[in-house]
Design a protein around this ligand. Sequence first.
Ligand code: NAP
Length: 288
Amino acid sequence: MHIALLGTGLMGEPLARRLLAEGHTVTVWNRSPGKTEALAEEGAEVATYPHDAISEADWVITMVANADAIREVLLNNESRPALAGRRVLNMATIGPHEARALAEEVAAAGGELMECTVLGSIPEARSGSLILMVGGTVEQFDAAGPLLAAFGTNPLHIGEVGQATALKLAMNQLIAGLTTSFALSLGLVQREGLDVEQFMAVLRDSALYAPTFDKKLGRMLEGSYGSPNFPLEHLLKDVNLMEDAARKDGLDASLMVTIGRLLERAEGQGLGQADYSALLEAITSRGE
Ligand code: NAP
């Protein structure tokens, strides 16, 4: 298959490598051209504009930051006509309402948009072991099978477009909530002069433990947030998306408002590109 992959950032780059390794013909495009150079050496074709990549492809994958970026690459005046007859697979994390609106706009341009949201990060993208949550028709799900095989072993058909996106947000708000709660507990343990190892030992033995706590403990203790798999600014995006989705569904979204404020404060401390566990710095105000 000939696949266009738009967006070769932290996640798009390993996805492109997986497609190449599976023997697909891959055309990549990225707003900042430097991020496609290594892929060109691996055999990817590099497009100068999104529409050049789209017009050659059987499938178009979007892995850019957010819905505005997807709209900019897919629905600009040059790309829109190139969508006629093409299948688009969005893999970025956006809002359910945004996903449905994009699907309608792509359909109006004569194409089809389905979604595959992913759980896992760069290591899982590299090894082809992402958890794949697909939103689209049964026919679209079946058609995407050979493509998705590059990214994970057991794609799940969640429902229609927007529903896999909703499930992804339901999972990512847990990342935000668990990390915020853990950071607050860790802050208290430290301020009260308690032994961190003893705190962790009690936590690990309890029903309250989540593996993510140990994954983030080292970074939090050392204040070392460099080379992130998932930058704080993207968690802030997802918290805002969750807040919006929850409100639209008539749920109380105040938890997301609070976490969003903490993440904005951390971003104001220059930590937007840092690992999201840097939200501890907003809780302790260490970065101020
Ligand atoms: P990233 O490294 O920040 O990549 C973002 C990509 O979007 C870059 O290619 C960037 O281009 C592009 N972009 C941003 N604004 C754009 C615009 N206006 N027009 C065109 N391109 C634009 O982030 P990432 O981790 O790969 O994330 C991509 C998506 O996957 C996000 O929706 C994220 O939430 C989701 N996701 C991430 C993870 C993870 O663990 N990292 C896991 C699951 C899902 P430039 O290079 O020019 O900036």
